[in-house]
Design a protein around this ligand. Structure first.
Ligand SMILES: NC(=O)c1ccc[n+]([C@@H]2O[C@H](COP(=O)([O-])OP(=O)(O)OC[C@H]3O[C@@H](n4cnc5c(N)ncnc54)[C@H](O)[C@@H]3O)[C@@H](O)[C@H]2O)c1
Length: 320
């Protein structure tokens, strides 16, 4: 996908899973990058190679601290606001921090983008659709979210962030857009973060039982991280407001996913059914027509190839 010539980008949450892939792509495209991260769920190891490159700088700071963003020297023409705990295990452990980064953190990112006249992209999520009553989910669907359920700290934080961005655009004319990312997977996910792909892959590689929640009939649509990065940067370059869904078209049940991972790893692991978390969505699949029509984006890497790459990375990471 063609690269837009950004001069200098600020990536909040850049030491996390998706953020580190975004930083790497931007640096490869010749953009100077400042990665601001408090390492709440990310790791400096994710950007260790980038730190050797000219034009990349890591700043350990909290996006909820107004001065941290305001006082960064220089001018940015792109702000990617990706800071936020994203796995259920993380946001349940950090509920108030998750709400803070969606509210105050988003406000700070918007203020910095406005001050610099930069384009801002907010990483929103399929979780704004909650446990959806419409399938697949298109951008016009308002969602089915429990505002006081255990997942609400994440879902409502992102819904608030979307509302804040919309108001900022209306009041200040800030050039800001919303990307709603569906389940993304790939190298640099943490084995212990509780999300299905890293959990199943690490269990399979260890010969441990794969823990499938409920009867495993719930579905997700997986998107390999390189495709997600393409979609995010295509929306950034487009000038469109969004929200735009970016996600995989292939819906897969969690049981099928576990079986495929056992097959691909050649593991002798079995499957163990465990209790399903409260408010766990039953079905998830994005309607990505808008991304195709507006951005010319579509998923290129199917789950079979994506899983092989991910398993390769985990095998290497575990052995290292
Ligand atoms: N991975 C997915 O499937 C997915 C799906 C939908 C949306 N998203 C969104 O994409 C973004 C990145 O998700 P991820 O999967 O890479 O998660 P991640 O946990 O790996 O990355 C989040 C990063 O944000 C940092 N962070 C958290 N709070 C911060 C704060 N207050 N100040 C500075 N840094 C902070 C963390 O340390 C971490 O490096 C999140 O906003 C998430 O909501 C991800």
């Amino acid at each position: 996908m063609s690269a837009h010539a950004w001069r200098r980008a600020l990536v909040t949450g850049g030491a996390g899973f998706v953020g580190s892939h975004l930083c790497a792509r931007l640096v490869a495209d010749g953009t100077d990058v400042v990665c601001l991260d408090n390492l709440a769920t990310g790791s400096r190891a994710n950007v260790a190679e980038l730190e050797q490159r000219r034009g990349f700088r890591f700043v350990r700071a909290d996006a909820t601290d107004p001065a941290a963003l305001r006082d960064l020297p220089g001018r940015f023409d792109l702000v990617l606001h990706f800071a936020c705990p994203a796995s259920p295990a993380d946001y349940l452990r950090l509920p108030l921090e998750t709400l803070d980064v969606g509210s105050t953190g988003t406000r700070n990112a918007l203020e910095r983008a406005r001050a610099d006249g930069a384009r801002l992209l907010l990483a929103s999520t399929s979780e704004v659709y909650g446990d959806p009553l419409e399938h697949p989910q298109h951008e016009g669907y308002w969602g089915n979210v429990n505002p006081i359920g255990p997942r609400s700290v994440y879902d409502e934080s992102k819904r608030f962030a979307e509302a804040l961005l919309t108001a900022h655009r209306q009041v200040h004319g800030t050039d800001a857009a919303i990307v709603r990312i569906f389940n993304t997977y790939g190298p640099r996910m943490r084995t212990g973060d509780g999300r299905a792909v890293p959990a199943f892959v690490s269990q399979a590689l260890d010969g441990a039982p794969l823990t499938v929640a409920g009867d495993g009939g719930q579905t997700r649509s997986l998107c390999y991280v390189d495709d997600t990065v393409d979609g995010v940067l295509a929306l950034a370059a487009s000038g469109a407001d969004g929200p735009v869904n970016i996600g995989g078209a292939e819906e897969i049940t969690m049981l099928e996913l576990a079986r495929r991972i056992i097959e691909l790893t050649g593991s002798s692991s079995r499957i163990r059914f465990v209790e399903r978390p409260a408010d766990d969505p039953a079905r998830r699949r994005p309607d990505t027509r808008l991304a195709r029509e507006l951005l010319g984006w579509q998923q290129r890497i199917g789950w079979s190839e994506g899983l092989e790459r991910t398993i390769g990375w985990f095998t290497h990471a575990v052995a290292a």
